[in-house]
Write a new protein. Structure first.
Length: 137
């Protein structure tokens, strides 16, 4: 059913739950998995953009890929740079690029008002994805 799964990680507790769900789905459905982290680009002035750097996220991505491959799953990781506010587009695009059947990601669970004002990466992914999105909370 889910041949190709994308799991988006950002280091939050919710993304750790998403990683566990994606791992269970991959084992159950023998899915290939792409582990994605979107580095938010911050404008620093003078026409330059600096990506955030999160070594702990990279380490958790590598650990998930190792666990999946140890269980015979085809798994890889990718770090994508995107301007602030475009993280959802980047995740949906990564999934479309590989023909994913499912995106698994966390949600920080902001209130409706905060989500409307600040935007929601999960909401953006749901809106732009061409496949189902499973949101872990």
């Amino acid at each position: 059913m889910f041949r190709k799964v994308v799991v988006a990680l950002d280091g939050s507790e919710q993304s750790k739950k998403a990683a566990a769900l994606a791992e269970a789905i991959a084992r159950r459905f023998r899915s290939d998995v792409l582990v994605v982290h979107v580095r938010e680009l911050a404008y620093t002035g003078g026409g330059t953009w600096d990506p955030e750097w999160a070594p702990e996220v990279e380490a958790s991505m590598a650990a998930l890929v190792r666990r999946l491959t140890a269980h015979g799953r085809l798994a890889s990781s990718e770090i994508v740079d995107a301007p602030e506010g475009h993280e959802g587009h980047a995740i949906a695009d990564a999934a479309a690029k590989i023909g994913a059947d499912l995106i698994v990601m966390g949600s920080r669970g902001r209130s409706r008002v905060a989500g409307a004002v600040l935007g929601s990466v999960a909401g953006s992914v749901i809106h732009h994805a061409s496949c189902p999105v499973l949101v872990a909370r």
